[in-house]
Design a protein around this ligand. Structure first.
Ligand code: SAM
Length: 204
């Protein structure tokens, strides 16, 4: 079984953002810049995506009533902008991140902005798929080890309705396989790919 692609209209890039979305994006960029300039060790796998386009995609998904429910998960959440944008739409939004510093920053940003999104330190690959990750040659930037985060969250992978991920080049297939294997029918995966842009898929 494979995921069904859903075309995202290019025209949504002209859609305006709300003042609250703009504020979140500005504050996230400021904090990422401060984080990068600080003396902390560089986290090489952390690269932020295009938050404005992400916001427009999430708005479009909501306007089209495409998600089968309200549970959102950012896989590898970095500073957590995707989960926060989803929470601002009323979704129950979480982010899973392997780097504890990033988890702390995203939880602080959400608290400072009064956004009800939670971030968890752990591995977004459920333990049932850990073996496939370890043997995958195409997933060099997806961390192995760490706790399976879903138990701490209290929501299983197959209970989420919409996932977002920003995979490294060549690693998209692993995320699609993850959703195809572990998510419930109807669940959707939104991904950002610097060259190909935003892509949306649904599990049949
Ligand atoms: C390309 S960054 C994207 C960050 C954020 N989603 C965004 O779009 O701005 C990927 C993130 O995934 C995290 N990551 C990589 N493998 C992971 C894993 N197995 N479990 C949890 N987080 C992981 C990295 O530490 C990094 O912060």
């Amino acid at each position: 079984m494979t995921l069904d692609p859903i075309a995202i209209p290019k025209s949504i890039k002209a859609n305006p953002l709300s003042p609250r979305q703009i504020d979140l994006i500005d504050q996230t960029h400021d904090r990422i810049e401060a984080f990068m300039l600080a003396d902390s060790a560089v986290i090489e796998t952390f690269v932020p995506c295009d938050f404005q386009w992400l916001s427009q995609c999430l708005d479009w998904i909501k306007q089209q009533h495409m998600a089968s429910g309200k549970r959102f998960c950012e896989l590898g959440s970095g500073f957590g902008a995707a989960a926060m944008l989803a929470a601002m739409q009323g979704m129950t939004a979480v982010g899973i991140e392997i780097e504890p510093d990033l988890v702390a920053h995203s939880n602080r940003l959400a608290a400072d902005l009064g956004i009800n999104a939670q971030f968890y330190c752990g591995n977004f690959v459920p333990s049932s798929m850990a073996g496939s990750l370890a043997s995958s040659r195409e997933a060099d930037h997806i961390a192995t080890g760490g706790n399976d985060a879903y138990e701490a969250i209290g929501i299983a992978f197959n209970e989420f309705d919409l996932f977002f991920a920003f995979p490294w080049p060549g690693e998209h297939e692993f995320y699609k396989t993850l959703v195809d294997t572990c998510a419930a029918p109807g669940a959707m995966l939104l991904t950002y790919n610097e060259r190909a842009g935003m892509k949306l898929f649904r599990k049949p």
